[in-house]
Ligand binder design. Structure first.
Ligand code: HEC
Length: 167
């Protein structure tokens, strides 16, 4: 009985190896955040090493990313991460969304929520030093300040205006 279950599991494990999800490799940077806001080399370096694998159009896949079911798990992170914020698509966001996402970056970095701990466990170099965190936060803050100076406050409202009441 146990032997049959194990063989069954092995077959499933082999079968799922043939499932190859589409990879995040386009590398398109036409709408990159750096096309609309200044980004120093040090900020670029921080984002590239600590965030880009899940928040850009190009993931650098380690060899084990081809092994299922690990691949499902990693791709899920990339999909979800890109949906939350994609630095390579940032210029396409409405101004209110840009402002809100930058605020989220500051919060996530301050609270050590990002980069994900499951990621820094393996990518030790992605763990941010206090100095790197400060650099990243200051960069976001500077952009938010310039947005605030250039747009009326109500355009930064991320909620859509309520539908007209018809009066
Ligand atoms: C291993 C993949 C991975 C890495 C690396 C990573 N993130 Fe994320 N990020 C995610 C995922 C998955 C989510 C969505 C789920 C969640 O919030 O945990 C997310 C969500 C976010 C959010 C939205 C959170 C919210 O308020 O709900 C922000 C902002 C963010 N990440 C910023 C960053 C920044 C900045 C870095 C680099 C310093 C980074 N992430 C590195 C995977 C990653």
């Amino acid at each position: 009985m146990i032997k049959k279950i194990l063989i069954g599991l092995l077959i499933v494990l082999i079968a799922i190896q043939f499932i190859k999800p589409t990879r995040n490799l386009s590398g398109n940077t036409d709408k990159d955040i750096s096309t609309i806001y200044p980004m120093s080399d040090s900020v670029k370096q921080i984002v590239t090493k600590a965030c880009a694998d899940c928040h850009s159009n190009k993931t650098v896949y380690p060899w084990y990313a081809s092994v299922q079911p690990l691949s499902f798990w990693l791709d899920h992170h990339v999909d979800e991460g890109k949906r939350e914020i994609n630095f390579n698509e940032f210029a396409s966001y409405r101004i209110g969304k840009q402002n809100h996402k930058l605020k989220e970056v500051i919060e996530q970095v301050k609270e050590d929520e990002m980069p994900l701990s499951s990621y820094t466990l393996i990518h030790k170099e992605a763990k941010l030093t206090a100095g790197e965190k400060a650099t990243l936060i200051q960069w976001c803050q500077n952009i938010m300040d310039s947005i605030k100076a250039n747009y009326p406050a109500d355009s930064l409202n991320i909620k859509r205006p309520p539908p007209p009441t018809g009066k």
